[in-house]
Design a protein around this ligand. Structure first.
Ligand code: ZN
Length: 88
């Protein structure tokens, strides 16, 4: 599967982030580049989060990892935008 095919599926992007998360240890190596899950299928922007931040945020069903200023694909925007800003 090509990277281009991967980014066309929002579910796949979340799956990539889950694989990144599961490969890391809690309290692990500072900021980690997760993938942006915005509505742009060609977006390759990294979203920098700590392992602990991702562990907390993934419990929110509506949460999507987004690069700063990117638009979520259907999720509520207010919290998501602040996550991107914090990571910048
Ligand atoms: Zn994006």
């Amino acid at each position: 599967m090509t990277a281009d095919a991967l980014v066309r599926s929002r579910a796949s992007l979340r799956g990539i982030n889950e694989m990144i998360f599961e490969a890391l240890s809690p309290g692990g190596p500072g900021q980690t580049a997760f993938v942006c899950e915005c509505s742009d299928g060609g977006c390759f922007k990294p979203v920098w989060l700590s392992v602990d931040d991702y562990a907390r945020l993934r419990l929110e069903p509506s949460w999507t990892s987004l690069a700063d200023g990117h638009t979520p694909a259907g999720a509520s925007e207010s919290e998501l935008a602040s996550v991107g800003a914090d990571a910048a």
